[in-house]
Design a protein around this ligand. Structure first.
Ligand code: ADP
Length: 501
C-alpha cells in the first residue's frame, strides 16, 4: 500500500529527503570521531547527494564496545526467542511501510530501478526478517546418550558480536539477510555498508530503533573498506564476520581473522556463473532468461550468468533472436523514465572498470553483437554489451566484470557444457535451460556451484540458502544454514548415577 500511495516503481516520482547521514552507534546518530565526512553521489549525474560521516577504527571500536555491552549485559540475547521474533516482525512491518522511501533512496544512491528495489530488495529484507523472526524461538540443542555413566546435551548459544560487511549492489537486501539471522540467534551487530551506498543502512537502523530493537544491538558504521571494514575484520572483540563482496577483499577478511582472534568468517564472493541452454529449450524463454541473468540490476549481481553457453544446433537462431530483442532494451534514468530497463552503474570507478573490460574484450578479438560503449550525456551509463566469438582463455570469459556484459558461446555435447561450466575458479550460481529432465539432472549434479537454477534464474527466497564454493567463498546467507553461523554449539556432560537406563 505504501508503494501505491507514493507511486514508486512508476517513475517519475519525488526525490527522497536525506534524513540520516551520521554513524549509528548505541542507538544514536553521531559524528565520526575524526569529524570527517565523505560524499555519496548520484550515479545518474555524478552529483553529490549527501556528505556522510566517515567511520574509522576509533568509531568501529565504539560501535563494537556498544555491541559488546549489549551482548554481555543487555536484554537482547537473554530475552525469549519469541520476544526477539516479535520485535523483528515489527521491524519487517516498518520496512514494508517505508518501502517507497527506501526504494527512492536506493535508486538515488545506487542507480537502481525503483521497481527492482520494491520487488527484490524490500521483499528480501522484510522476508528475511520474518523468516528468521519465526526461527528465533526454535533454536534447540540435542540430548546425547553417552558411553558410560554420563548423559550429555548441547546448547546452541549466540556467538556474540557479529561484524557484517556488505556491498553496494543490493544494499537493503544485504542489510536484511545479514542482520536477520544474527539478531534471531541473539547476536548483536556492527554493520559496515559500502561507501558507495551508505544511506539505506542508516535509514534501516532508524527503523530498527522504532521497532524496539534495544540500543547497541544494531550499530551502523559507514566508511571505507581499508579503514572501517578492516577494523571490523581484525577486531579482537568481534566474534564472527559475515562478508559479501569481491574475492580479493574476501581474502583480506580471512587473513585479518587469522592474524587477530581467528573469528569464523562467512564469505559470499564473486562469480562467473554459466547459463547452459540446450537445443530443446523454449527459445523465447531462453532469450529472456539470458537477458535478465546478465542485465538485471545493470549486471551488478554476483550470480549474474555472464557466460551463456548455447548448443550449436540452435546457436544461430538464438543469437539472432537475442540481438533482435535487445533493440527494445532501454538504458536511461530509472527514476524519471517509465520505459527504462537499465540504469547507471553505481559509480565512476565501476563504470570505468566495466568499460576497460569491454575494451579488453575487443582487443582480445571477441566480436560485439550489441553495445560496447558508454551512453548518455552524463552519469555512468553503459550499453548492454554482448560479445560473441569468445574463447575460454579470454579475460572477459574468466574474470568477474560486474556490469552489463554477456559472453555468448557455443557448445556441442552435455559433457562439453559441464566441463566448460566448471572450468572456472568460481562456483557461485549456474543455470540450465532444457525440457529434458535427465539432462537437467545431469547438469545439476555435475556443476560445482552453490545455486543451480533449472528453467529459471535469479529466483531467491528467505528459506533458500545462498552462497558459493571454490573462490566464490563459503557459508550461506538465507535459510537455516545462515542461522547456524551465528550460533555456537556447547556440549554439556553430566554424570548419570544409579540409573539402570
Ligand atoms: P566491490 O568490488 O563490489 O566494491 P568490495 O569487496 O571492494 O566489493 O567491497 C565490499 C565491501 O567490503 C564494502 O563494504 C567495502 O567497503 C568493504 N571492504 C573493502 N575493502 C575492505 C577491507 N580491506 N577490509 C574490510 N572490508 C573491506
Amino acid at each position: 500500500p505504501a508503494a501505491e500511495e507514493k507511486n514508486v516503481g512508476a517513475p517519475p516520482f519525488e526525490m527522497p529527503e536525506i534524513r540520516f547521514t551520521k554513524l549509528f552507534i548505541n542507538g544514536c546518530f553521531v559524528d565520526a570521531g575524526s569529524g570527517r565526512t565523505f560524499e555519496t553521489r548520484d550515479p545518474r549525474t555524478g552529483d553529490v547527494i549527501a556528505s556522510v560521516a566517515e567511520g574509522d577504527k576509533e568509531d568501529v571500536d565504539l560501535a563494537v564496545k556498544a555491541a559488546r555491552d549489549a551482548f554481555d549485559h543487555g536484554e537482547w540475547p537473554r530475552m525469549s526467542g519469541s520476544e526477539r521474533g516479535r520485535i523483528m516482525m515489527r521491524f519487517a512491518d516498518l520496512v514494508e511501510q517505508h518501502a517507497g522511501e527506501l526504494a527512492a533512496l536506493e535508486s538515488l544512491d545506487a542507480g537502481k530501478h525503483p521497481a527492482v528495489t520494491m520487488a527484490v530488495d524490500i521483499g528480501n529484507a522484510a522476508g528475511s526478517l520474518r523468516y528468521f523472526a519465526g526461527a528465533a524461538d526454535k533454536i534447540h540443542g540435542e540430548t546425547l546418550k553417552m558411553r558410560g555413566q554420563f548423559q550429555g546435551y548441547t546448547l546452541r548459544e549466540p556467538l556474540g558480536v557479529a561484524g557484517l560487511i556488505i556491498p553496494w549492489n543490493f544494499p537493503t537486501t544485504m542489510f536484511g539477510i545479514k542482520v536477520a539471522p544474527a539478531l534471531a540467534a541473539g547476536c548483536t551487530v556492527v554493520v559496515k555498508p559500502a561507501e558507495q551506498t551508505p544511506l539505506s543502512a542508516l535509514y534501516l537502523a532508524d527503523l530498527a530503533k522504532q521497532a524496539g530493537i534495544p540500543d547497541g544491538v544494531i550499530n551502523v558504521v559507514p566508511g571505507f573498506g581499508p579503514t572501517a571494514g578492516a577494523a571490523i575484520a581484525s577486531h579482537m572483540n568481534v566474534d564472527i564476520v559475515s562478508f559479501t563482496g569481491s574475492t580479493e577483499v574476501g581474502r583480506l577478511i580471512m587473513e585479518a581473522s587469522a592474524k587477530s582472534n581467528l573469528k569464523p568468517v562467512s564469505l559470499e564472493l564473486g562469480g562467473k556463473s554459466p547459463l547452459i541452454i540446450f537445443d530443446d529449450a523454449d527459445l523465447d524463454m531462453a532469450v529472456e532468461l539470458a537477458i535478465s541473468a546478465n542485465f538485471f540490476n545493470k549486471g551488478e549481481a554476483c550470480v549474474a550468468a555472464s557466460r551463456v553457453y548455447v548448443q550449436d544446433s540452435i546457436y544461430d537462431r538464438f543469437e539472432k533472436k537475442l540481438a533482435e530483442r535487445m533493440k527494445s532494451w532501454v538504458v536511461g534514468d530509472p527514476l524519471n523514465d517509465p520505459r527504462v530497463d537499465q540504469g547507471p552503474q553505481v559509480d565512476k570507478a565501476q563504470y570505468e572498470r566495466v568499460l576497460s573490460f569491454i575494451d579488453r574484450g575487443k582487443r582480445e578479438g571477441a566480436t560485439l553483437l550489441t553495445g560496447g560503449k558508454p551512453c548518455g550525456k552524463k552519469g555512468y551509463y553503459i550499453e548492454p554489451t554482448i560479445f560473441t566469438n569468445v574463447k575460454e582463455d579470454m579475460v572477459i570469459a574468466k574474470e568477474e566484470i560486474f556490469g552489463p556484459v554477456m559472453c555468448l558461446m557455443k557448445f556441442k555435447t552435455v559433457e562439453e557444457a559441464i566441463a566448460r561450466a566448471n572450468g572456472t575458479t568460481y562456483g557461485l550460481g549456474a543455470g540450465v535451460v532444457t525440457r529434458d529432465l535427465d539432462v537437467a539432472n545431469r547438469v545439476v549434479r555435475s556443476v560445482r556451484a552453490g545455486l543451480v537454477w533449472v528453467n529459471c534464474y535469479f529466483a531467491v527466497s528467505s528459506d533458500c540458502p545462498f552462497g558459493g564454493r571454490k573462490m566464490s567463498g563459503f557459508g550461506k546467507d538465507e535459510g537455516m544454514h545462515a542461522l547456524d553461523k551465528f550460533l555456537a554449539v556447547k556440549s554439556v556432560v553430566t554424570p548419570l548415577r544409579d540409573s539402570p537406563w
